[in-house]
Ligand binder design. Structure first.
Ligand code: SF4
Ligand code: FES
Length: 248
């Protein structure tokens, strides 16, 4: 395939940035999207030009780093995949592909397609953990019975990889699907009950402090989430928050 790429180039946080056109040739349909970006970068380096900066790590849908807005969709046109799992067979010869970074005030652009998602880290630090005694008298995990339904739902919530596609997709740049997943994975388990009240209050407070918007039930986040995190998690977070507020 021969393709035209329209890519957001921005030298640094204070640079205005602009779209720049590039051509790539002989792209195999079996390549991943990031491999296609590697081809472009090799070409740019060979021409003495600055390669396009983009985030990536695992390249197998686990780390959540490969944040790219492709043809107006977070992680591109496929469903249930991250950019690193997106294959070039989703495109055809002669296509023009537009590639932009996540756009959200709480995810400022660092360079080109790389954004700063440390706001997610700070939300996690505010309550995305449980305190467990690991000093030699740790309780066996199986000693506390957990219903299959609760275990499955907690596991589903825990599959959130913190990629930020939900924020990038939401017209309000809301992080409620992400925070809902992180609250739910503990709210459903007995191990999460000890700090439940403080957890939801602190994580929601940090989410607001970081400048994420509110949820207006559009549901776009659920559609674009590569891990299929359900809106049910937002409802659960809201009910956890209400319970915590009533407790004072
Ligand atoms: S909820 Fe989905 S889209 Fe949002 S950060 Fe988690 S995995 Fe990514
Ligand atoms: S590079 Fe890790 S999820 Fe894409």
């Amino acid at each position: 395939m021969n393709l035209t790429l329209k890519i957001w180039r921005q030298k640094g946080a204070s640079d205005k940035g602009k779209m720049v056109d590039y051509k790539v040739t002989d792209i195999s349909e079996h390549m991943s999207f990031l491999e296609m970006m590697d081809v472009l970068n090799e070409q740019l380096i060979n021409n003495g030009e600055e390669p396009v900066a983009f985030d990536h790590d695992c390249r197998e849908g686990i780390c959540g780093m490969c944040s790219m807005y492709i043809n107006g969709e977070a992680h591109g046109p496929d469903r249930g995949v991250t950019t690193c799992q997106l294959h070039m067979r989703m495109f055809k010869d002669g296509d023009t592909i537009t590639i932009e970074p996540w756009r959200a005030a709480a995810f400022p652009v660092i360079k080109d397609l790389v954004v700063d998602r440390t706001s997610f880290e700070r939300i996690q630090q505010a309550g995305g953990y449980i305190s467990v005694n690991t000093s030699g008298n740790t309780q066996d995990a199986n000693a506390i019975p957990i219903s299959k339904e609760a275990a499955d739902k907690a596991m589903d919530a825990a599959t959130c990889i913190g990629c930020g596609a939900c924020v990038a997709t939401c017209k309000n740049s809301s992080a409620m699907l992400f925070v809902g997943a992180k609250v739910s994975q503990y709210a459903l388990l007995p191990q999460g009950q000890v700090e439940a009240t403080e957890r939801v209050k602190n994580m929601v407070a940090q989410m607001d402090l970081e400048g994420f918007g509110n949820c207006t039930n559009t549901g776009a986040c659920e559609i674009e989430c590569p891990k299929g995190i359900s809106l049910e998690n937002i409802a659960r977070m809201n009910s956890e928050f209400l319970k915590a507020t009533l407790k004072g």
